[in-house]
Design a protein around this ligand. Structure first.
Ligand SMILES: [Zn+2]
Length: 270
Protein backbone atom coordinates (compact mmCIF):
# COMPACT_ATOMS: atom_id res chain seq x y z
CA UNK A 1 0.00 0.00 0.00
CA UNK A 2 2.42 2.62 -1.18
CA UNK A 3 -0.26 5.34 -1.17
CA UNK A 4 -0.38 5.30 2.59
CA UNK A 5 3.10 4.39 3.51
CA UNK A 6 5.91 6.82 3.25
CA UNK A 7 8.84 5.53 1.25
CA UNK A 8 11.88 5.70 3.45
CA UNK A 9 13.92 8.82 2.88
CA UNK A 10 11.23 10.41 0.70
CA UNK A 11 10.50 13.28 3.06
CA UNK A 12 13.87 13.52 4.66
CA UNK A 13 14.28 17.12 5.80
CA UNK A 14 17.36 16.59 7.88
CA UNK A 15 19.59 17.36 4.92
CA UNK A 16 21.40 20.45 3.76
CA UNK A 17 18.40 22.75 3.47
CA UNK A 18 17.63 22.83 7.14
CA UNK A 19 21.24 23.23 8.19
CA UNK A 20 21.73 26.17 5.88
CA UNK A 21 18.78 28.18 7.21
CA UNK A 22 19.37 27.37 10.85
CA UNK A 23 19.73 30.47 12.97
CA UNK A 24 18.70 32.83 10.19
CA UNK A 25 15.07 33.03 11.23
CA UNK A 26 13.39 33.33 14.59
CA UNK A 27 9.79 32.92 15.58
CA UNK A 28 8.38 35.81 17.60
CA UNK A 29 6.62 34.81 20.84
CA UNK A 30 4.51 37.94 20.59
CA UNK A 31 2.93 37.67 17.14
CA UNK A 32 4.00 34.14 16.14
CA UNK A 33 5.45 35.49 12.90
CA UNK A 34 8.72 34.38 11.43
CA UNK A 35 11.27 37.18 11.43
CA UNK A 36 14.60 37.39 9.69
CA UNK A 37 17.19 37.47 12.48
CA UNK A 38 19.12 40.28 10.83
CA UNK A 39 15.98 42.45 10.73
CA UNK A 40 15.44 41.73 14.41
CA UNK A 41 19.00 42.62 15.36
CA UNK A 42 18.93 45.83 13.33
CA UNK A 43 15.79 46.78 15.22
CA UNK A 44 17.58 46.48 18.64
CA UNK A 45 16.09 42.99 19.08
CA UNK A 46 12.57 44.36 19.10
CA UNK A 47 10.10 42.55 16.81
CA UNK A 48 9.56 44.82 13.76
CA UNK A 49 6.03 43.45 13.44
CA UNK A 50 4.55 43.58 16.95
CA UNK A 51 7.10 45.44 19.06
CA UNK A 52 7.86 42.52 21.39
CA UNK A 53 11.12 43.20 23.23
CA UNK A 54 13.43 40.18 23.00
CA UNK A 55 15.95 39.55 25.76
CA UNK A 56 19.44 40.85 25.08
CA UNK A 57 22.73 40.10 26.78
CA UNK A 58 24.65 42.50 29.00
CA UNK A 59 27.23 43.42 26.33
CA UNK A 60 24.56 44.24 23.76
CA UNK A 61 22.85 46.39 26.39
CA UNK A 62 26.01 48.38 27.08
CA UNK A 63 26.57 48.85 23.35
CA UNK A 64 23.02 50.19 22.98
CA UNK A 65 23.25 52.62 25.90
CA UNK A 66 26.76 54.01 25.77
CA UNK A 67 28.11 56.31 23.08
CA UNK A 68 29.91 54.75 20.09
CA UNK A 69 30.15 51.43 21.94
CA UNK A 70 33.02 53.01 23.88
CA UNK A 71 33.24 52.00 27.49
CA UNK A 72 35.58 50.54 30.05
CA UNK A 73 34.67 47.55 32.14
CA UNK A 74 35.69 47.77 35.79
CA UNK A 75 35.61 45.59 38.94
CA UNK A 76 37.68 42.51 38.48
CA UNK A 77 35.63 39.72 39.94
CA UNK A 78 37.22 36.65 41.46
CA UNK A 79 35.94 33.13 41.07
CA UNK A 80 34.43 31.60 44.18
CA UNK A 81 33.23 28.17 43.15
CA UNK A 82 33.76 25.54 40.53
CA UNK A 83 30.00 25.40 40.06
CA UNK A 84 30.28 28.58 38.11
CA UNK A 85 32.72 27.12 35.60
CA UNK A 86 30.09 26.15 33.07
CA UNK A 87 28.27 29.48 33.18
CA UNK A 88 31.61 31.23 32.76
CA UNK A 89 32.51 29.12 29.76
CA UNK A 90 29.09 29.71 28.20
CA UNK A 91 28.95 33.47 28.61
CA UNK A 92 32.62 34.44 28.79
CA UNK A 93 31.74 36.46 31.89
CA UNK A 94 32.86 36.05 35.49
CA UNK A 95 29.38 36.43 36.89
CA UNK A 96 25.90 37.65 36.01
CA UNK A 97 26.88 41.30 35.67
CA UNK A 98 29.10 43.77 33.81
CA UNK A 99 30.08 47.11 35.36
CA UNK A 100 31.21 49.76 32.90
CA UNK A 101 31.79 53.44 32.68
CA UNK A 102 31.36 55.42 29.51
CA UNK A 103 29.35 58.29 28.13
CA UNK A 104 25.63 58.48 27.50
CA UNK A 105 24.88 61.27 25.02
CA UNK A 106 28.09 62.92 26.15
CA UNK A 107 27.43 62.62 29.89
CA UNK A 108 29.80 60.38 31.90
CA UNK A 109 27.84 57.58 33.56
CA UNK A 110 28.27 54.22 35.24
CA UNK A 111 26.21 51.32 33.92
CA UNK A 112 25.74 47.95 35.63
CA UNK A 113 24.11 45.52 33.21
CA UNK A 114 22.91 42.14 34.44
CA UNK A 115 23.37 39.04 32.29
CA UNK A 116 20.33 36.75 32.36
CA UNK A 117 22.07 33.89 30.58
CA UNK A 118 24.47 33.54 33.52
CA UNK A 119 22.55 31.26 35.96
CA UNK A 120 19.33 33.19 35.33
CA UNK A 121 20.94 36.52 36.20
CA UNK A 122 20.79 35.43 39.81
CA UNK A 123 22.27 37.59 42.53
CA UNK A 124 24.84 35.94 44.73
CA UNK A 125 27.74 37.37 46.71
CA UNK A 126 29.67 38.36 43.57
CA UNK A 127 26.80 40.20 41.88
CA UNK A 128 25.94 41.92 45.16
CA UNK A 129 29.54 43.00 45.64
CA UNK A 130 29.84 44.15 42.00
CA UNK A 131 26.72 46.31 42.24
CA UNK A 132 27.85 47.70 45.58
CA UNK A 133 31.22 48.66 44.11
CA UNK A 134 29.55 50.27 41.10
CA UNK A 135 27.42 52.35 43.48
CA UNK A 136 30.50 53.28 45.53
CA UNK A 137 32.26 54.31 42.34
CA UNK A 138 29.27 56.48 41.46
CA UNK A 139 29.48 58.17 44.85
CA UNK A 140 33.24 58.66 44.57
CA UNK A 141 33.15 60.06 41.02
CA UNK A 142 29.71 61.71 41.30
CA UNK A 143 28.66 60.06 38.05
CA UNK A 144 25.00 58.97 37.74
CA UNK A 145 24.46 55.22 37.84
CA UNK A 146 22.13 53.16 35.67
CA UNK A 147 21.44 49.58 36.72
CA UNK A 148 19.82 47.37 34.07
CA UNK A 149 18.17 44.41 35.79
CA UNK A 150 17.51 41.01 34.22
CA UNK A 151 17.27 38.48 36.98
CA UNK A 152 15.47 35.51 38.44
CA UNK A 153 16.27 36.85 41.91
CA UNK A 154 18.64 35.76 44.66
CA UNK A 155 20.98 32.87 43.83
CA UNK A 156 19.48 30.03 45.81
CA UNK A 157 22.64 27.92 45.72
CA UNK A 158 24.24 30.49 47.99
CA UNK A 159 21.46 30.31 50.56
CA UNK A 160 21.31 33.10 53.10
CA UNK A 161 24.42 34.76 51.66
CA UNK A 162 22.42 35.63 48.56
CA UNK A 163 19.68 37.18 50.71
CA UNK A 164 22.26 39.32 52.50
CA UNK A 165 22.90 41.06 49.18
CA UNK A 166 19.48 42.71 49.30
CA UNK A 167 20.41 44.58 52.46
CA UNK A 168 23.96 45.27 51.34
CA UNK A 169 23.01 46.81 47.99
CA UNK A 170 20.11 48.74 49.52
CA UNK A 171 22.45 50.21 52.15
CA UNK A 172 24.87 51.31 49.42
CA UNK A 173 21.97 52.98 47.58
CA UNK A 174 21.05 54.86 50.75
CA UNK A 175 24.59 56.28 50.80
CA UNK A 176 24.26 57.19 47.12
CA UNK A 177 21.00 58.98 47.89
CA UNK A 178 22.62 60.88 50.76
CA UNK A 179 25.39 61.94 48.38
CA UNK A 180 22.67 63.17 45.96
CA UNK A 181 23.98 61.19 42.98
CA UNK A 182 21.19 60.04 40.61
CA UNK A 183 20.27 56.39 40.16
CA UNK A 184 18.10 55.19 37.30
CA UNK A 185 16.78 51.65 37.48
CA UNK A 186 15.91 49.94 34.19
CA UNK A 187 13.84 46.78 34.63
CA UNK A 188 13.95 44.35 31.72
CA UNK A 189 12.42 40.95 31.06
CA UNK A 190 12.53 39.27 33.55
CA UNK A 191 13.13 41.10 36.85
CA UNK A 192 11.92 39.01 39.75
CA UNK A 193 12.54 37.87 43.32
CA UNK A 194 15.17 39.51 45.48
CA UNK A 195 16.29 41.89 42.73
CA UNK A 196 12.79 43.38 42.48
CA UNK A 197 12.65 43.39 46.28
CA UNK A 198 15.80 45.48 46.52
CA UNK A 199 17.68 47.71 44.09
CA UNK A 200 15.44 47.36 41.01
CA UNK A 201 12.63 49.25 42.75
CA UNK A 202 14.85 51.78 44.54
CA UNK A 203 15.76 54.06 41.64
CA UNK A 204 15.19 57.80 41.67
CA UNK A 205 13.43 56.76 38.50
CA UNK A 206 12.19 53.20 37.89
CA UNK A 207 11.60 52.52 34.23
CA UNK A 208 10.82 49.28 32.42
CA UNK A 209 10.88 47.94 28.91
CA UNK A 210 7.49 47.05 27.37
CA UNK A 211 6.07 43.64 28.23
CA UNK A 212 8.75 42.77 30.79
CA UNK A 213 7.89 40.25 33.50
CA UNK A 214 8.40 42.04 36.82
CA UNK A 215 7.44 40.60 40.16
CA UNK A 216 8.51 39.13 43.46
CA UNK A 217 6.90 35.70 43.82
CA UNK A 218 5.51 33.73 40.87
CA UNK A 219 1.79 33.99 40.01
CA UNK A 220 1.02 30.43 41.16
CA UNK A 221 2.40 31.05 44.64
CA UNK A 222 0.42 34.30 44.93
CA UNK A 223 -2.83 32.67 43.75
CA UNK A 224 -2.42 29.89 46.31
CA UNK A 225 -1.69 32.39 49.07
CA UNK A 226 -4.49 34.86 48.45
CA UNK A 227 -6.88 32.19 47.05
CA UNK A 228 -7.85 34.40 44.13
CA UNK A 229 -7.36 34.30 40.41
CA UNK A 230 -4.95 36.99 39.21
CA UNK A 231 -5.99 39.40 36.43
CA UNK A 232 -4.50 39.01 32.94
CA UNK A 233 -1.25 40.89 32.33
CA UNK A 234 -0.47 40.82 36.04
CA UNK A 235 3.29 41.29 36.61
CA UNK A 236 3.89 42.88 33.20
CA UNK A 237 5.37 46.38 32.86
CA UNK A 238 2.16 48.03 31.63
CA UNK A 239 0.09 46.64 34.51
CA UNK A 240 2.66 47.80 37.05
CA UNK A 241 2.80 51.28 35.51
CA UNK A 242 -0.99 51.53 35.70
CA UNK A 243 -0.87 50.56 39.37
CA UNK A 244 1.82 53.03 40.33
CA UNK A 245 4.74 50.63 40.73
CA UNK A 246 6.77 52.13 37.89
CA UNK A 247 7.46 55.66 36.67
CA UNK A 248 7.47 54.84 32.96
CA UNK A 249 7.48 52.11 30.34
CA UNK A 250 9.99 53.03 27.67
CA UNK A 251 10.59 51.25 24.35
CA UNK A 252 14.15 50.13 23.76
CA UNK A 253 14.47 52.48 20.81
CA UNK A 254 13.70 55.47 23.07
CA UNK A 255 15.58 54.24 26.13
CA UNK A 256 18.89 56.02 25.66
CA UNK A 257 17.31 59.37 24.79
CA UNK A 258 14.86 59.01 27.69
CA UNK A 259 17.65 58.35 30.21
CA UNK A 260 19.67 61.27 28.81
CA UNK A 261 16.69 63.63 29.26
CA UNK A 262 16.05 62.36 32.80
CA UNK A 263 19.69 62.85 33.79
CA UNK A 264 19.66 66.34 32.29
CA UNK A 265 16.59 67.17 34.35
CA UNK A 266 18.15 65.75 37.53
CA UNK A 267 21.35 67.69 36.95
CA UNK A 268 19.39 70.94 36.66
CA UNK A 269 17.32 70.18 39.73
CA UNK A 270 20.41 69.44 41.82
ZN1 LIG B 1 6.33 39.90 16.91
Amino acid sequence: MAWFKRQSGELDTSGEKRVRTEGLWVKCDGCRQIIWKKDLEENLNVCPKCGKHFRIDARTRLAQLLDDNQYEVFVDLKAYSSRLKQAKADTGLKDAIINAHGKLNGRPVIVSAMEYSFIGGSMGAVVGEAITRAIEKAIETRKPIIIVSASGGARMMEGVISLMQLAKVSAALARLDAARVPYISVLTDPTTGGVTASFAMLGDLNIAEPGALIGFAGPRVIEQTIRQKLPPGFQRSEFLLEHGMLDAVVARKELKAYIARALEFMAQAA
